[in-house]
Design a protein around this ligand. Structure first.
Ligand code: SAH
Length: 223
């Protein structure tokens, strides 16, 4: 029987200790941006997971969040956020809200975030998730991330947290000049982290980083 989704919203000394260890781990793996590390330290990751994962929420691993989706590994969240180089009050479009953990990391960095999720059940779960109110600069949308949010753009930064089989052109169009998009590109098991910087409407600088493994970016909305 499905007992529904349960969360534990107490943040005790043990959680805080485990969080410090997690920050040490991702620092050792190469994350150097102190603001990003501080954000990871500040956010109770177990709030974003079912109580079944409470004991392991601070391991540097991805975990299931329902609908066949996952909360990204903290190292991956930190890596993408570091590449994005977010400054306070920047307008950021995020594709793939999922648990909203990455969204709240961007909230810690005081970004104005517009985040899109295509799975209705995950979107509804996040809608009820009260912790997000800690960050008044976050806005949540149910839709297809391939379309972006043209009426709210252009954006300073775009962050895609699902694997794109190819570069979504509509998203590049919604970047401001000088704006940046961080996106894992590739099919199946392994994708390459890429960063695009918009020089002009027709010109983009392109950088390639390490390999990661994300759930796929899918077209259309899912009820
Ligand atoms: N950032 C999330 C990671 C979730 S996994 C977290 O920290 O929890 C990637 C998410 O992208 C999934 O929830 C998936 O449903 C969503 N997704 C996949 N394709 C999408 C699309 N076209 N538009 C919006 N969301 C999409």
């Amino acid at each position: 029987m499905n007992r529904g989704y349960q969360r534990d919203f107490t943040d005790n000394y043990r959680h805080k200790g485990l969080r410090k260890q997690l920050v040490d781990t991702i620092r050792q793996k190469g994350i150097t941006d102190e603001n990003v590390l501080q954000a990871i330290n500040n956010i109770p990751r177990h709030f974003f997971l079912d109580t079944a994962f409470e004991g392991i929420a601070y391991e540097d691993r991805a975990f299931p969040i329902g609908e066949g989706q996952t909360i990204s590994q903290p190292y991956t969240v930190a890596y993408q956020t570091q590449l994005l180089e977010v400054k306070p009050f920047e307008k950021v479009l995020e594709i793939g809200t999922g648990s909203a953990y990455q969204t709240c990391v961007l909230g810690e960095l005081k970004a104005h975030v517009y985040t899109i999720e295509r799975q209705k059940k995950l979107f509804d779960l996040v809608k009820q998730f009260s912790f997000k109110s800690k960050y008044p600069t976050l806005r949540f949308f149910y839709g297809d991330g391939y379309e972006g949010l043209p009426t709210y753009g252009p954006f300073d930064k775009i962050l895609v947290t699902a694997a794109a089989p190819e570069i979504p052109e509509k998203l590049l169009q919604q970047l401001k000049p000088g704006g940046r998009m961080v996106i894992p590109v590739g099919e199946k098991d392994v994708q390459r982290m890429m960063r695009f910087t918009k020089i002009s409407d027709a010109e983009f600088d392109q950088e390639i980083f390490a390999d990661f493994s994300f759930v796929p970016m899918l077209a259309g909305k899912n009820f």
